[in-house]
Design a protein around this ligand. Structure first.
Ligand code: GUN
Ligand code: ZN
Length: 459
């Protein structure tokens, strides 16, 4: 299902909004939006022009038109932290992080040793991203190389921009999920060399967290990053008080949690740490100085009772922040849902929180995410030259969102309700580089596979 065609330019017409400037510096003026807008997409899959329909149309008189009036076109959403092997544990309730891992999640993740199961789950997971409007993601992997090999094959076929890596641990977790530092190094380096930079895929070195790592395992991860230039590094940081206490007990020489990663050389501009709910001032200063990013995952934080995110502190220290769904602790694969959870969480903090506008939230779910995962020059907004990664939102007839949008006075009024109410049912199309990766009208993903295709049998 190709959205772009032949050598011609495609004009995508609809209400259009993106945040090409920094809303923290410019406020609402960071938003660019058109009630009757147009995105011109070149045959190369990049944005050729963006603006008012009449203006763009005049520049490309013979171009093919895809008329989506009534829909809202946004940049493709960017998920900075999401777990591939956790689809099956979404919606587990009543447990804090460490119990949720031990009792619910890690037993499920152990099943990914089975390559056909892992491959089917990878396909399901990637389809969920596309049908929720996510076009780029930093994906936390499974603990088995066979599962990651299957995942990368499926990721390549999905058309999405995916960075991912083998999740590694050498203590603390159930035995079948542990490896030696030597094996972690060999397997990760093999996968990184094989997949990093292939098409839209990149590798992310992925120690699960310091609580399941020895210093030797973290050093092995750093060695992989040194061997394969340009890979990302991702892990978890400062998620819950009991987790933090466990890390400090296991690393008696470390001043704080971040220091365990710093000692191994894992904190830099290519590093993305999920959560950071309970940082010290010093950690915030050092994260900012290193240029590392934090993936804020509010629905997970609320579901596990991990805490409320100190966004103000991160902003004041200049730490780069993006959004992650953290599926399966997170409660929905939708970045729009995650943005609404971020808004609600900050409201609960009162004076200690940040009142987030729809413009801030759209920025967090798009351009900030792209920057955090190293794609800031490629995607995240719809300026000419960017890849034409887009999501088209159209509320189902009779839905709550349709009823709210009926009262909107212009495109800016569509945004808040879209963030609060648009979920996968409202995603009409998802495109990467001008090509369809999900189209609800045909119920098909990039591979042309019908959404009703059977998934794996339950355990
Ligand atoms: N810390 C270590 N592993 C995980 C995980 O799978 N989910 C979350 N939320 N935190 C973690
Ligand atoms: Zn996570």
């Amino acid at each position: 299902m190709s959205a772009a065609r032949g050598s011609a330019v495609l004009l995508l017409r609809g209400a259009l909004a993106h945040v090409p400037r920094d809303p923290w510096a410019e406020g609402a003026a960071a938003l660019e939006a058109w009630d009757d807008g147009c995105l011109a997409i070149g045959a190369d899959g990049r944005v050729a022009a963006v603006g008012d329909w009449a203006d763009v149309r005049a520049r490309f008189p013979g171009a093919v038109v895809d008329d989506r009036r009534g829909a809202l076109v946004l940049p493709g959403l960017v998920d900075a932290h999401v777990h591939y092997p956790q689809v099956g544990v979404m919606g587990s309730m009543g447990l804090g992080l460490l119990a949720w891992l031990a009792e619910r999640t890690l037993p499920h993740e152990a099943r990914f040793v089975d390559a056909p199961f892992a491959r089917a789950e990878a396909r399901t997971f990637l389809r969920l991203l596309a049908r929720n409007g996510t076009t780029s993601a930093l994906v936390f992997g499974a603990h088995f190389a066979v599962a990651m090999e299957a995942f990368f094959h499926e990721a390549e076929a999905s058309g999405l921009r995916i960075a991912a890596g083998l999740c590694v641990a050498d203590h603390g977790l159930r035995p079948e999920l542990r490896v030696t530092p030597e094996l972690a190094y060999e397997s990760s380096r093999f996968l990184a060399r094989r997949w990093h930079g292939r098409g839209r895929l990149r590798y992310a070195v992925t120690p699960r967290f310091s609580l399941s790592s020895t210093p030797e395992l973290l050093a092995a991860c750093a060695a992989v990053a040194a061997d394969v230039p340009g890979v990302l590094i991702t892990s978890h940081l400062n998620e819950t008080p009991d987790e933090i206490a466990g890390v400090l007990a296991a690393f008696p020489g470390a001043a704080d949690y971040l220091a365990t990663y710093e000692a191994a050389g894992l904190v830099g501009r290519g590093s993305v740490f999920a959560h950071d709910l309970h940082p010290s001032e010093g950690e915030l200063e050092r994260l900012a100085a290193a240029g590392a990013a934090v993936a804020h995952c509010p629905s997970s934080n609320q579901a596990l009772g991990s805490g409320l995110f100190p966004l103000r502190g991160h902003r004041e220290h200049g730490v780069r922040v993006a959004l992650g769904t953290d599926l399966g602790a997170g409660t929905d694969p939708s970045l729009l849902h995650e943005a609404s959870a971020a808004y609600l969480g900050q409201q609960l903090l009162g004076d200690a929180g940040v009142v987030l506008s729809p413009v801030h939230l759209l920025h967090l779910a798009t351009a900030a995410g792209a920057s955090a995962i190293g794609l800031g020059e490629e995607v995240g907004d719809l300026r000419p030259g960017r890849w034409a990664d887009v999501v088209v939102l159209r509320p189902p007839p009779g839905s709550t969102l349709a009823a709210v949008w009926a009262h909107a006075d212009g495109v800016a009024d569509l945004l808040g309700p879209a963030l609060m109410l648009a979920r996968e049912e409202a995603v009409e199309s998802t495109w990467v580089a001008g090509k369809s990766v999900w189209d609800a009208r045909g119920g098909r993903d990039a591979r042309g596979v019908d959404e009703a295709a059977p998934g794996p049998a339950p355990a």
